[in-house]
Design a protein around this ligand. Structure first.
Ligand code: UDP
Length: 171
């Protein structure tokens, strides 16, 4: 299962530091009168990206160039917008030269479904890759465990003996 936007996952120091950065900017603006700008940078791509970047543009291009499966997390109908690196730099310069101190999104208004994006990259690279959907945990599997848990809980006589059941201890 890929968890997004929670505070303890492997990428959380990145997500949470962005939020904290904005909080600090506003606090410094309001308490210390510091002149701040807040840019929310959307998915950016271009030459000189790290091969180990791990995000969708580099993953898909590297997979396609190697004729390896292009891995779509989930069903591929979620959407993202992508901006070219030099457009981001232009946007940052314009924001810095403005007097606007609230958060500003810097991205591209065109949204792609991730499945459609995989097709586009496959076509542009002339790749033989298959496009593969990588499943997260299915809701029905989780529900099965949860239903077992509640049915065991209901068999307990009082609250002090409840919450001792765990699906991982099942025989
Ligand atoms: N994604 C994917 N396969 C990959 C990498 C990412 O399907 O190999 C999907 C991911 O689930 C998300 C989207 O592409 O829906 C963008 O992910 P990325 O990590 O590039 O950026 P972010 O989620 O921070 O926008």
């Amino acid at each position: 299962m890929r968890l997004e936007c929670h505070p303890t996952g492997p990428r959380s120091c990145y997500d949470e530091s962005k939020r904290l950065g904005e909080t600090l900017c506003m606090a410094y603006r309001d308490r210390e009168n510091v002149d701040v700008r807040i840019a929310r940078i959307f998915n950016t791509f271009g030459p000189r990206m790290s091969v180990q970047d791990g995000r969708v543009v580099s993953n898909f291009i590297l997979q396609a160039l190697g004729d390896a499966p292009i891995t779509i997390y989930g069903k591929g109908n979620n959407t993202r917008s992508f901006q070219y690196v030099s457009d981001l730099v232009d946007g940052l310069l314009r924001l810095m030269n403005s007097s606007y101190t609230m958060p500003v999104n810097l991205g591209n208004p065109d949204e792609y479904e991730i499945g459609e994006f995989a097709q586009l990259i496959k076509k542009m690279t002339g790749s033989k890759s298959e496009i593969k959907l990588v499943d997260g945990v299915k809701v029905s599997e989780g529900l099965q465990k949860t239903i077992k848990y509640f049915s065991a809980e209901l068999k307990q006589r009082d609250f002090s003996t409840r919450n001792l059941y765990s699906p991982w201890n099942e025989k």
